[in-house]
Design a protein. Structure first.
Length: 193
């Protein structure tokens, strides 16, 4: 299995992002997402990953988590970073008491979770899909800045990420440009263990 060895100079990073539409929604919604993706990809990057995420209300939970973990400055740094960013719907799948515990008392675990969503470099969707295709049925191994690995596979045309705990997340929007990298929106928070 090929490995994408991506190590960040600073282990502090996070899972941030832009807009996405869950894969289960209608074809019309999927078409709108594709058009939004195309527009966002063609538009010049107007801010850092943190700026892009902060500018979209659908990522308020992610932005709050990044702030609590003290990762905002890192993700506003030079990069480049590729972030698999959970939207608010992804965070809503986590029990409220667990999320509260992570953001108030267990920021070390929160930091580990967030850095598990970030890789070094600017890996656009076409590059990731080609790497998955080249790797074959076993999937493509992605090393995160937190030191863990994700396995990227294709399910039809969808990129699916499998975490260390065996959970899966589908990429619902791709190639959201930022001045210091790229964001791919995911529908489930990934867990490093």
């Amino acid at each position: 299995m090929k490995k994408l060895t991506l190590v960040l100079a600073s282990a502090a990073s996070l899972a941030l992002v832009a807009c996405g539409t869950p894969a289960e929604e209608t074809d019309t919604a999927a078409d709108e997402t594709a058009m939004a993706d195309e527009t966002m990809t063609d538009a010049p990057a107007t801010g850092t990953i943190v700026d892009v995420a902060s500018g979209n209300e659908d990522f308020s939970t992610l932005v709050a988590a990044v702030t609590e973990a003290g990762l905002g400055e890192t993700l506003s740094g030079e990069g480049p970073f590729t972030v698999f960013a959970p939207n608010n719907a992804a965070f809503a799948k986590i029990p409220a008491e667990t999320l509260t515990e992570l953001t108030t008392n267990d920021t070390d675990t929160l930091t580990a979770i967030l850095t598990y969503h970030v890789v070094e470099g600017n890996v656009d969707a076409a590059t990731l899909v080609q790497a998955i295709t080249d790797a074959g049925d076993a999937g493509y191994t992605v090393t995160t800045v937190g030191g863990g690995t994700l396995t990227a596979t294709l399910d039809g045309e969808n990129v699916v990420l499998t975490d260390a705990a065996g959970g899966t997340s589908t990429v619902v929007a791709t190639d959201v440009a930022a001045s210091n990298g790229v964001i791919h929106v995911i529908d489930t928070v990934l867990m490093p263990q």
